[in-house]
Design a protein around this ligand. Structure first.
Ligand SMILES: C[S@@+](CC[C@H](N)C(=O)[O-])C[C@H]1O[C@@H](n2cnc3c(N)ncnc32)[C@H](O)[C@@H]1O
Length: 194
């Protein structure tokens, strides 16, 4: 990774940690993935030669930068965020990173975006948003993911209780194999067989 991008990621990690310590207001918190989760995403995307990535939950774009770096110059990351102030922060971080041309920012509700997305549009999905919505989004998440590809869910250990219904749905889906990795806040890696 280029020194400038590594430095920007470190800066955002420090900003996110300090910001989230200082406020309990969820809408003001960055709630970024951990550094080691960024490395895990890089390994998975690079190994899968992923080019069409969907992220649900941009926040200020920290995780998006890991994804955009991992897809390489030929790849694209579509990232959905409903909070305008976070989208603006992300846009500035994307500009600073030089990776903006690979990133498509979607403004609005992820559920609506998923429902309007084409089947098999993505070869990797990263889910890091409003956990209470995941079970309702599952049919569309599954539909937009290409067969043979991965969907990764953050906070699968840190907020396991909130994900119970979702995990039950995942485990009951035919053609689905999942594994919980003890990286960062716990990453549920879901394979769509095919
Ligand atoms: C945990 S944060 C994302 C952190 C980001 N992935 C990172 O690691 O840098 C979750 C984000 O999802 C957004 N969000 C929550 N519900 C949403 C929805 N229904 N549609 C779009 N974005 C949503 C929140 O505004 C918040 O910024």
């Amino acid at each position: 990774m280029e020194r400038e991008l590594a430095e920007l990621l470190r800066e955002l990690e420090e900003f996110g940690e300090a910001n989230d310590r200082a406020t309990a207001e969820r809408d003001r918190r960055m709630l970024n993935i951990t550094h080691d989760t960024g490395v895990l995403l890089t390994v998975l995307l690079r190994n899968g030669r992923c080019r069409d990535v969907l992220e649900v939950g941009t926040s200020n774009g920290y995780s998006t930068l890991w994804l955009a770096h991992a897809v390489g110059a030929e790849g694209h990351v579509t990232t959905v965020e409903r909070a305008p102030h976070k989208r603006a922060m992300a846009e500035e971080n994307f500009r600073r990173s030089g990776l903006a041309p690979r990133i498509r920012q979607i403004a609005g509700d992820a559920g609506e975006f998923l429902a309007s997305s084409a089947s098999g549009a993505y070869d990797f999905v990263f889910l890091d948003s409003e956990r209470g919505e995941y079970a309702g989004w599952w049919p569309d998440l599954w539909r937009v993911l290409r067969p043979g590809r991965l969907l990764v869910v953050d906070n699968a250990v840190s907020h396991a209780d909130e994900l119970k219904d979702f995990v039950r749905l995942v485990e009951g889906t035919e053609g689905c194999v999942s594994s919980l990795l003890p990286v960062g806040k716990g990453e549920l890696v879901i394979l769509k067989e095919g």
